[in-house]
Design a protein around this ligand. Structure first.
Ligand SMILES: CC(C)=CCC/C(C)=C(\C)COP(=O)(O)OP(=O)(O)O
Ligand SMILES: [Mg+2]
Length: 443
């Protein structure tokens, strides 16, 4: 069945964090992550304004000013008061002044027992946070919808790739990474983009797919996200190009759905993050073509761009709210996003190490580059790469807690929680995807 098409993602009452079985918002940055977060939670409790949170895309009005009222005295915010504030305004006429309403999880099929938890094999010594098993009913319905989009709507892959598509388990991935998504329509925004990003990586850049014209191909694919504005004579040829291959069909369709639900500011943020990603793809491709092995710091720089960043940074669009552009642009927020992206991407280097050793040529990842440039054994280099990942995770969590304390806005707190949830869900997916990844025998 074709995807139901663009949906006016309706806001509704807030999704209290507890509804998804996750800790209350203030706890999300709690000591479980870093000592600083207890202070962050306390500041959050003091500072959460009681003004209504507007559904994204709603212009601030006199009734709901964009500016923060002065934070009330700390004494006014007991935990109960914090819970009330996070729940949002209540009473007659307030139904629209909330974050998006989550669909109640559908009842499991008749006679279905509890889902078998995915077989988890976390890398020994890798710092991570376990996540609840993704809701199997959401996973199953999202699988049906994303497969229909990929096969029927955009012809994302040839029939011979179907097993790989199924083995990628994109629906389990996205449900785990977006626990606060209010509806399946919101989850589909993330799932389509995830599939498209991987189709472009696989078709243009991975495992021998790199061709000398990869720069031109990536730029033309990028225009499916960031449209060309040219003359009436040449515009039709560009528009027609968007259906020329699977990569561009996927990007064009996924971006069309995204821009119909996200705000212009969120769409522009995403385009910027995808330009970063494509710059990283190009650097990786140029080193592949020239057989250059970078210094470790050069590799880490490239991996900050060839990076999962465009996935966690849509957490607000998928959650049905908006982190305003001026808060997203804060240098401290940019640092938190970069640290989270770096940690979660190096987690991929560690889980995909054996897969990449088997691929053609020398597939660069952190353990391989450390071994070659620092003269370490494969095992010593792998263990050092784990430490690099862990250091970045701790830095991400410390900076996130400090930002939550320094910028006491519920949208900042929720966005930071969403980024952390994406990092944790991404680890869950890598550690449980035994179809795609196997671990070295270093322990
Ligand atoms: C989904 C997305 C934005 C991907 C960005 C870049 C990317 C493909 C990764 C960070 C995953 O790394 P890698 O290319 O090594 O993928 P696999 O190891 O083959 O899963
Ligand atoms: Mg990899």
């Amino acid at each position: 069945m074709p995807d139901p098409g663009p949906s006016p993602l309706q806001p509704g009452p807030p999704a209290p964090a507890a509804r998804f079985g996750a800790p209350a918002l203030a706890d999300a940055l709690a000591p479980a992550r870093t000592d600083g977060a207890a202070a962050a939670a306390a500041v959050l409790a003091r500072a959460l304004p009681s003004r209504p949170v507007l559904p994204f895309g709603t212009a601030p009005t006199a009734a709901a000013p964009a500016a923060h009222p002065p934070a009330p005295a700390a004494a006014e915010h007991s935990p109960a008061a914090l819970e009330r504030i996070l729940r949002g305004p209540a009473g007659l006429g307030t139904a629209d002044l909330h974050w998006a309403r989550p669909q109640p999880p559908a009842a499991p099929p008749e006679g279905a027992g509890p889902p078998a938890p995915a077989a988890m094999r976390p890398i020994p010594g890798l710092y991570h946070h376990p996540v609840p098993e993704p809701d199997p009913v959401r996973v199953e319905e999202l699988s049906r919808r994303i497969k229909s989009w990929a096969v029927d709507e955009v012809q994302a892959f040839p029939p011979e790739w179907e097993d790989q598509f199924d083995g990628f388990s994109v629906s389990r991935y996205m449900v785990a990474c977006h626990p606060d998504a209010p509806t399946l329509d919101h989850l589909m925004l993330a799932a389509r983009l995830m599939v498209a990003e991987n189709v472009v990586d696989d078709a243009y850049c991975e495992d021998g797919a790199t061709t000398p014209d990869v720069g031109g191909r990536l730029l033309l694919a990028h225009t499916a996200l960031d449209p060309v504005h040219t003359t009436k004579e040449y515009q039709p040829a560009w528009a027609e190009s968007l259906s020329a291959d699977a990569a561009r069909r996927c990007y064009a369709s996924a971006m069309d759905h995204f821009t119909r639900s996200a705000t212009p500011s969120q769409a522009d943020r995403f385009r910027h993050d995808m330009a970063r990603l494509h710059l990283g793809y190009l650097a990786e491709a140029s080193w592949d073509v020239t057989e250059y092995v970078p210094e470790v710091w050069e590799y880490l720089a490239m991996r900050q761009f060839n990076n999962f960043r465009p996935c966690p940074t849509i957490t607000d669009s998928v959650g049905g709210y908006e982190l305003p552009a001026e808060l997203h642009a804060l240098p401290a927020m940019q640092r938190v996003i970069a640290l989270a992206g770096n940690a979660t991407t190096l987690s991929n280097d560690l889980y995909s190490y054996m897969k990449e050793l088997r691929s053609p040529g020398k597939h660069l990842n952190l353990p391989v580059v450390i071994a070659e440039k620092e003269g370490l054994s494969d095992k010593e280099a792998y263990l050092k790469a784990i430490e690099v990942h862990n250091d970045l995770m701790h830095e991400f969590e410390a900076e996130s807690a400090a930002l939550a304390a320094a910028c006491p806005d519920p949208r900042v707190a929720r966005f930071l929680k969403g980024v952390a949830a994406w990092v944790d869900g991404n680890h869950y997916w890598h550690a449980s995807n035994t179809y795609r990844y196997t671990l070295p025998d270093f322990w």
